[in-house]
Design a binder for this molecule. Structure first.
Ligand code: AMP
Ligand code: MG
Length: 403
């Protein structure tokens, strides 16, 4: 492979995002819409509330009638939620009303029941009412034709409740991209198998599948290719119908780093294959024919960090969603040495401190094979290229891992 200058993380991500297109839209029910990305604006099909409604249990009154309290009013009816009062409220009259019930004609305010005393057909109001108090006026929440939710919105449970209220039983969302992936390595067996004397369990397949699903993609596990070109090509060919291929391992420059060699005759067109970061320098991005393809390093922590920094945003972009990394500030719990020419992603404990910045405490051991450390990490401390040594208590940028 010809030498290439190292790309910055930012530049690599920008090139990846620019190379991807969004999936088509599909219609899903609200029950399937959580976490999906809206493909079209959601437009209200009704006005809410549809009429002036009471916001409280109490009495519907004319504010003028209760300007001087205590005031006695004659109860001429009752109106529950979903019901209606057919008459018109006249001077000195009131209607017993419940939350969500329509305001009777002639009434303009609600007095809450706690401010009243009832005696048969008479009620004594002990607090004056501001005109309009405790009334939800027609269209307070939204009106027919309002743009409720924008395209590109990743749907939360609140958004789904809102869509239901707008009387939208289905929504147009982007199809979840199918992300196929496989590991390479003669040393690998799947979890649950009995590894031979020099074998290890593949952790990357299960981990990447979970990450893809979390990001909104559909994981397609093509399992493990042996360290030979024919097997790698054969396994990769099973990705043909996916939206993307991710290979894990065999991505650096060792003798067994076969992925690029194996896939070159199958139409691999490399955009870049080295990024100035640690862990994860041997990150490859390109196309296999028309299929966007990532080559991630095999070391489990490197694979995870690269997937977090590049694959997650890529999956978001393919769904038309927010592909930004949501970093935040934290205080260092321990000093860090000066950084070299690669952006460093330091695994750290992440502790919330009420009223202050959270504290990020880097772990002693940063070996890119150590999943026990990664699993305990709550964030990655981002050390820019050439950053000077940092003291405990200094504020640093971190990428939280458990939002
Ligand atoms: P490679 O990129 O193939 O040179 O692999 C780098 C290191 O990661 C080696 O120690 C591999 O054994 C290890 N490795 C590769 N793939 C996996 C995997 N799927 N699960 C766990 N470790 C792996
Ligand atoms: Mg290998």
């Amino acid at each position: 492979m010809a030498q290439q200058p190292l790309l910055s993380v930012e530049e690599a991500r920008a090139r990846i995002l620019a190379a991807l297109s969004t999936t088509q839209s599909e219609i899903v029910s609200l029950a399937q819409a959580s976490g999906r990305v809206l493909a079209e604006e959601a437009i209200a099909r009704r006005t809410q509330p549809p009429a002036d409604l009471s916001a409280m249990d109490g009495y519907a009154v004319r504010a003028d009638d209760v300007a001087n309290v205590p005031a006695q009013l004659r109860v001429i009816g009752t109106v529950p939620a979903g019901g209606s009062f057919d008459g018109v409220l006249g001077r000195g009259e009131t209607v017993r009303i419940f939350t969500g019930a329509p305001l009777p004609n002639g009434a303009d305010s609600i007095v809450i029941q706690e401010d009243t005393a009832r005696d048969g057909e008479t009620v004594t109001v002990n607090e004056a009412a501001q005109r309009g108090q405790h009334v939800r006026v027609t269209g307070l929440d939204f009106r027919t034709g309002d743009a409720g939710l924008p395209a590109g919105r990743k749907l939360s449970s609140a958004d789904i409740a809102f869509a239901a209220a707008m009387n939208l039983p289905t929504l147009a969302v982007h199809r979840r991209p199918v992300i196929s992936f496989f590991s390479t390595g003669d040393e690998l067996v799947p979890p649950g198998a009995e590894p031979g004397p020099n074998q290890i369990v593949s952790s990357n397949n299960a981990g990447i599948a979970a990450l893809i699903a979390e990001a909104g993609g559909i994981p397609l596990d093509l399992e493990i290719a042996r360290d030979n070109e024919d097997d790698i090509r054969a396994v990769a060919s099973r990705a043909a119908d996916a939206d993307m291929l991710v290979t894990l391992g065999g991505a650096s420059v060792g003798e067994h780093d076969l992925v690029q060699r194996a896939l070159a005759p199958a139409g691999l067109d490399i955009d870049f294959w080295k990024v100035a970061m640690r862990p994860g320098k041997p990150l490859m991005f390109g196309k296999l024919g028309t299929l966007p393809m990532f080559g991630l390093p095999g070391n489990p922590v490197s694979a995870f960090v690269c997937a977090t920094l590049f694959l997650r945003p890529a999956i978001a972009r393919m769904q038309g969603g927010d592909s930004a990394l949501h970093t935040t500030l934290a205080r260092l719990g321990k000093p860090l040495p000066a950084n070299g020419p690669r952006e460093d992603y330091v695994r750290a404990a992440f502790d919330h401190v009420p009223g202050e910045l959270p504290v990020a405490t880097p772990f002693e051991r940063q070996d890119s094979s150590m999943l026990s450390v990664l699993a305990r990490a709550g964030c990655l401390v981002i050390r820019p290229v050439g950053a000077p040594a940092a003291q405990a208590g200094e504020s640093v940028t971190v990428l939280p891992l458990r939002p």
